[in-house]
Write a protein that binds this ligand. Structure first.
Ligand code: BG6
Length: 488
């Protein structure tokens, strides 16, 4: 696989922020613990927050302990890891602030600039780094989602970053692609000869993708209120999952082979019209309710005022190509739902003709392949069997799952990795397959903009649903109208 020489340094912009604390610093620690970090690799945190190096070390240690079982830390690993760390307090949106980084970047030829920042800062930081002459030609830049709020703003950001970095040096992260189970989708589809001949509209009736969260928006509302579920989850994570389910087999795992196939799927998504608003979409927002047995506040109460941002979205999506014509994809995602569950369900068609009569006729249900991505990591294929025993009116049938528990298969005790570990390791080595190319992001926005515009045109306000429920009643009606039901 084509790659680049190992990077030497990671400059973490936004090092004092939430993403760095929850995900990036622990992921970097684990990479070191597992022996994946190049020997002389350095990590420099930077943010406007005034902090000494010692302060940053203490901050990082706490962040790591928040992720390790029982807060335990391997002191030998920690001292190796801590020796790599440094911190610079600076406002990197100004040339002068960027210059404060010149001493730590030094003569490094292959730094990684990791932008754990609000996307509105990507352009000013790139410009300041360029003005301070701090972008060696082999620099890699990592951008977090969301890249923009719509096609136009994402184009603006991509152009501003592209003015200083070639496309093959830009690593756009969608952390779902770093999840083991999401990569396993690629293995399941293309490392087994079993599924591919069945993976089309001759055999598959419909596909469901659910990304349900029990968590509230809470104090993330200043970001979330501007984006909502459509832009926060659907534009990126859910469309990526849809692409991996629907894409044609790439010829190999090279970055452009895989990404070309994903772009083709995005281009085949049927555009949303105003008619689809009523029939094929549901916007919801959680009202007060009960979550995990505890009273749960409404989104508007967390936000402090009424809001027309959706915290739930369900859509029927059609893919207009040869393979998927006539196979609806039902997507739903939301906050404050009863279960945390990321699941893909592939519903096969019924047998073309039933030879069973009597009660067995009613027993017969179509096969279903359910891929649980998190928190369970199970794959279940429901098959029809003869129910054991005899009865006076002939054979009875029952559905039984053929199950594969990935956690059990991998020995049970294995730590479940932070998705960012895989992705950061890939940036260090310059592997781009699991990163999102510019045209992919823009195609996804083009389609999502269509949904947002149709909602706006129809004046579609979010429908309330009680916290702890499966969204507005309309989400059930949406799938029932098509003669199907959500997989529970
Ligand atoms: C993030 C969204 O990208 O993904 C969050 O901004 C969401 O709103 C999160 O909670 C979900 O990620 P995961 O890995 O917990 O499924």
């Amino acid at each position: 696989m084509a790659d680049m020489p190992e990077a030497e340094l990671l400059v973490l912009f936004g090092a004092a922020g939430d993403l760095a604390r929850r995900m990036l610093l622990p992921a970097l620690y684990y990479l070191d613990a597992d022996g994946f970090m190049p020997q002389a690799f350095r990590i420099v945190g930077t943010a406007r927050t005034k902090m000494t190096r010692e302060g940053f070390l203490a901050h990082t240690r706490t962040a790591v302990q928040e992720r390790t079982p029982g807060g335990e830390i391997d002191e030998q690993v920690w001292s190796r890891f801590a020796a790599r760390l440094d911190y610079v307090a600076a406002d990197a949106t100004s040339t002068q602030g960027a210059k404060a980084l010149s001493a730590v970047i030094g003569s490094t030829q292959r730094p990684i600039f990791y932008m754990a920042l609000s996307p509105s800062l990507y352009a000013p930081v790139c410009e300041a780094l360029a003005a301070a002459d701090l972008i060696p030609p082999e620099t890699r830049i990592v951008l977090e989602k969301p890249i923009g709020r719509d096609l136009e703003t994402s184009r603006g950001i991509n152009a501003a970053v592209g003015a200083h970095f070639d496309e093959d040096r830009i690593f756009r992260i969608d952390h779902y692609l770093g999840k083991e189970t999401v990569q396993n989708l690629i293995a399941l589809r293309f490392a087994n000869s079993l599924f591919e001949p069945l993976w089309n509209n001759l055999t598959i009736d419909h596909v469901q993708i659910t990304v349900a969260e029990t968590a509230e928006v809470g104090d993330r509302w200043p970001y979330y209120d501007e984006y909502g579920a459509l832009r926060d989850m659907l534009q990126n994570h859910m469309l990526q999952l849809l692409c991996l389910v629907a894409m044609e087999p790439p010829s190999d795992m090279e970055p452009d082979s895989v990404r070309n196939e994903k772009v083709k799927v995005l281009r085949s998504l049927r555009r949303f019209t105003r008619l689809d608003v009523q029939n094929n979409s549901v916007r919801g927002q959680y009202a007060a309710g009960v979550s995990g047995g505890q009273p749960a506040a409404a989104y508007a109460a967390e936000r402090g005022q009424a809001s027309s941002t959706e915290t739930f979205v369900a859509l029927r999506v059609d893919i207009d190509n040869w393979r998927w014509a006539g196979v609806p994809f039902f997507l739903r995602t939301g906050k404050r739902l009863p279960d945390r569950r990321t699941q893909i369900a592939i519903q096969f068609k019924p047998v073309p003709h039933s030879i069973f009569d009597g009660p067995a006729k009613a027993d017969l249900i179509p096969n279903r392949l359910v891929i649980d991505l998190q928190p369970k990591e199970d794959i279940e294929l429901t098959l029809m069997n003869k129910a054991p025993g005899i009865s006076y009116d002939g054979m009875r049938l029952q559905a039984l799952p053929l199950s594969l528990s990935l956690l059990k298969a991998h020995g049970g005790g294995a730590r479940s990795r932070i998705a960012y570990e895989r992705l950061i390791l890939d940036v260090i080595h310059g592997h781009r397959t699991l990163f999102v190319r510019r045209d992919e992001v823009e195609e996804a926005w083009r389609w999502v903009d269509g949904v947002a515009a149709a909602w706006a045109e129809a004046g579609q306000e979010p429908k309330p649903y009680p916290a702890g429920s499966w969204g507005p009643a309309g989400a059930f009606a949406l799938i029932e109208r098509a003669g199907r039901a959500w997989s529970e």
